[in-house]
Ligand binder design. Structure first.
Ligand code: SF4
Length: 215
């Protein structure tokens, strides 16, 4: 992946830094991003499923069933969903583990840079999907991941299974439902015929504070 597109501000945010940083810190950020750019091969999968919502927050997403008020609200007026998974692959984890043993400060920056990189990759993929769907008169809601709000983490196996993400892009789940490689994302995105343009970075970054679908 082209690491020049990753927001340096987001890397610093994941590091917990505020304001301008020293040249040495910024040089370390650049170095980590360059290493990640060499080591990572981001990949993603998508599949479309029918959607049915019930008044009590019940969701039948074709490949999973659950109860979530937060996700139901976000998916209101949608007739289908895209199930999405993406990963940076094992390269990022190898670098993080390597520097955890050799140079802890670099490991911390690597962790933050990899987190910003997978988010940037997801935003790029979703921007492409958004444009593709809008061209045929359908509108995408932002990514909504298991574990966010009251969308249960227990839906993770069904989403990954529906995409055959283990076999196709190497995303596995631990017994505690954490994804391996660690820099992986799963999400659901609603598809609606109502013209409603969402911010691809999600509701937190969106200026429409009175939106009925805001999560
Ligand atoms: S708040 Fe913005 S991103 Fe969130 S559902 Fe509404 S329009 Fe979409």
């Amino acid at each position: 992946m082209d690491q020049t597109e990753v927001s340096r501000g987001e890397v610093l945010r994941y590091m917990g830094c505020k304001g301008a940083q020293s040249e040495a810190v910024m040089a370390l950020v650049e170095d980590c991003l360059a290493q990640l750019g060499q080591a990572c091969e981001p990949r993603h999968l998508t599949a479309v499923f029918p959607l049915s919502l019930s008044a009590d927050g019940g969701i039948d997403g074709g490949c999973f069933r659950t109860h979530s008020r937060n996700l139901s609200r976000n998916l209101a007026d949608c007739h289908k969903i895209i199930v999405f998974a993406a990963t940076l692959g094992t390269g990022a984890d190898h670098l993080i583990h390597k520097y955890s043993r050799l140079e802890m400060s670099r490991a911390v920056v690597m962790q933050a840079a990899a987190a910003a990189m997978i988010e940037e990759y997801c935003d790029q993929v979703c921007s492409g999907l958004k444009a593709e769907y809008e061209a045929r008169g359908e509108y995408l809601r932002p990514r909504f991941s298991p574990g966010y709000g009251d969308f249960p983490l227990e839906c993770q196996p069904a989403l990954l299974g529906a995409l055959e993400a283990g076999k196709r892009i190497g995303i596995k789940l631990t017994d505690s439902l954490l994804m391996m490689p660690s820099k992986s994302v799963t999400a659901v995105m609603g598809i609606s015929k109502k013209p409603h343009r969402c911010d691809v970075r999600g509701c937190e970054a969106c200026g429409k504070t009175d939106c009925a679908y805001r999560r």
